[in-house]
Design a protein around this ligand. Structure first.
Ligand SMILES: Cc1cc2nc3c(=O)[nH]c(=O)nc-3n(C[C@H](O)[C@H](O)[C@H](O)COP(=O)(O)OP(=O)(O)OC[C@H]3O[C@@H](n4cnc5c(N)ncnc54)[C@H](O)[C@@H]3O)c2cc1C
Length: 466
């Protein structure tokens, strides 16, 4: 990007809304993976119209453009691996509408997910997707990654709430997908295509989401189990008889790193934990809680189960759950954070595999996550300054992925492919499906200017590394 291009960008968005200052570029060069790729410039557009004009400039020049929300992505999606322009959505942060009668909201992509949830709550409504990063990630990033969270076990993921989108294509043209009605089947479902497209097909500029009536009551149960296999064996059994809104899992290491954040001490012999929440009407939640508690008493492998005494205790449990990912760095300076999914009944095989890999390769691997969805976060800890640890971590990742596919699972439940899984896409997708996906990318973005280097395996040297 030369001075003339920067000058043209400044004419579109204003002098102060473009930066090329090295210190400022550094702030937009990394994401949740900890990897860094500095862009040539960063732009902060203030309207859809400005984004259309930026994309017209990008496609005619051409230069790469990488959309960015809060940069919390775990697979390198927002990293400008080919340089170019990072487009930050922080100024497009308005909740444009909450329609109580039709139970929907319209938001700009830079809205923080937690802010939408709070605003919906003020209207007696509920936006269920609750990624652990909800206090700082954006709705645009959630749509681009199809983010999920603990409540997905009952309520589903971002995809299940997006009714329609406004988006700018790589050539600068504007499209509108979907509806603002409860149903709609006119034409191909481009909304579903864009949800989870990881910023590679279009820039999302407006999002219409479905809302639900807010649940009146909740109760939170903590179930301490002897070990990982005992805890994960319970998951499918619980779901066959009960409908919790969350069913989270932590192994012994995850428990240990957030031990001081838990509201009460837990017995030393506890080797894993399930965090279960029930929600619904004021009258039904106590009954459902009693039934689940009685059911758990009939199950083996449980050391202790208890219900959070009040909201503050439940909040503390959830704060501890959300703290696992950031607290992991007390173990090692770096981590590979995988979010594999297997059929729930096969969770015990998955956690046994991670334990075996950890022992055989001599590295720290710990697991936690959305067990109710079969979606487990496998954290492979390492020090990237030590080549042997990189090698072992890569070996663990490859063997883990192979086992997940053998168990009938998928490589990612919510973090997406981005950069870190691109080299592994062809072990899950067959060549025909992958070729069709490449054709779709080519149709939207013939000059490959929008978030290049993401999702697809490199076509030249298929080097599989972090
Ligand atoms: C502590 C922690 C906990 C997490 N927990 C969860 C969890 O429970 N569940 C979960 O799903 N994820 C989780 N994540 C991952 C991350 O928060 C999600 O992927 C989130 O959706 C990313 O949002 P973001 O605004 O940070 O997007 P970014 O990281 O900025 O971008 C992510 C991707 O979206 C694209 N993008 C961003 N905005 C747009 C737009 N307007 N148009 C088109 N493309 C766009 C980017 O190009 C990139 O490919 C966690 C991350 C952290 C750090």
């Amino acid at each position: 990007m030369n001075q003339d291009t920067i000058h043209k960008l400044r004419k579109i968005v204003g002098q102060d809304q473009v930066t090329t200052v090295a210190e400022e570029l550094a702030c937009y060069s990394y994401d949740g993976t900890g990897q860094e790729y500095p862009p040539n410039a960063v732009v902060f557009p203030g309207s859809t119209e400005e984004i259309c004009r930026i994309m017209q400039l990008a496609s005619s020049t051409p230069f790469p453009v990488v959309p960015r929300g809060a940069g919390t992505g775990m697979t390198g999606g927002a990293l400008p691996v080919a340089g170019g322009l990072v487009m930050v959505m922080s100024r497009l942060n308005r909740i444009l509408e909450i329609d109580r009668d039709n139970q929907l909201a319209v938001v700009e992509p830079g809205v923080i997910t937690g802010d939408l949830r709070e605003e919906a709550d003020r209207h007696g409504l509920y936006y269920p997707p609750d990624p652990a990063s909800l206090k700082f990630c954006t709705m645009g990033g959630n749509v681009a990654e199809c983010a999920g969270g603990p409540s997905a076990v009952k309520y589903g993921v971002t995809r299940d709430y997006v009714l329609g989108l406004e988006a700018v294509l790589p050539d600068g043209s504007l499209i509108h997908t979907g509806v603002r009605t409860a149903k709609g089947v006119v034409g191909y479902d481009l909304t579903r295509l864009l949800v989870g497209s990881e910023g590679t097909l279009a820039i999302i500029t407006k999002i219409t989401v479905k809302l639900l009536p807010a649940p009146e009551a909740r109760s939170t149960l903590l179930v301490l189990c002897r070990g990982m296999v005992e805890a994960t064996s319970l998951v499918a059994t619980i779901l066959a008889h009960h409908t919790p809104c969350t069913l989270e899992y932590m192994d012994r290491t995850a428990l240990a790193i957030v031990r001081d954040k838990l509201p009460f001490p837990f017995p030393e012999e506890a080797g894993a934990l399930l965090l279960i929440e029930l929600d619904g009407q004021k009258e039904t939640v106590p009954l459902a809680t009693r039934q689940l508690t009685e059911f758990l008493q009939t199950q083996s492998g449980i050391i202790q189960s208890r219900t959070a005494a009040n909201e503050a205790e439940a909040d503390q449990l959830w704060a501890a759950r959300r703290a696992i990912s950031p607290s992991a760095f007390s173990l090692k300076p770096h981590k590979m954070s995988e979010d594999v999914v297997v059929p729930r009944s096969r969770l015990p095989q998955l956690v046994s595999c991670t334990e075996k890999l950890s022992q055989e390769l001599g590295i720290v691997i710990f697991t936690f996550g959305h067990a109710g969805d079969g979606n487990i976060h496998v954290n492979i800890m390492l020090d990237r300054a030590i080549p042997q640890e990189i090698q072992q971590a890569n070996a663990a990742k490859q063997l883990l992925f192979e086992e997940v596919l053998r168990l009938g699972g998928t490589l990612s439940g919510e973090h997406g492919v981005g950069l870190t899984k691109a080299a592994y896409l062809d072990i899950e997708l067959d060549p025909q499906t992958l070729a069709l996906m490449r054709q779709i990318k080519n149709l939207f973005d013939p000059h490959n200017i929008l978030n290049p280097g993401k999702i697809f395996p490199p076509q030249t040297v298929p080097e599989k590394n972090i």
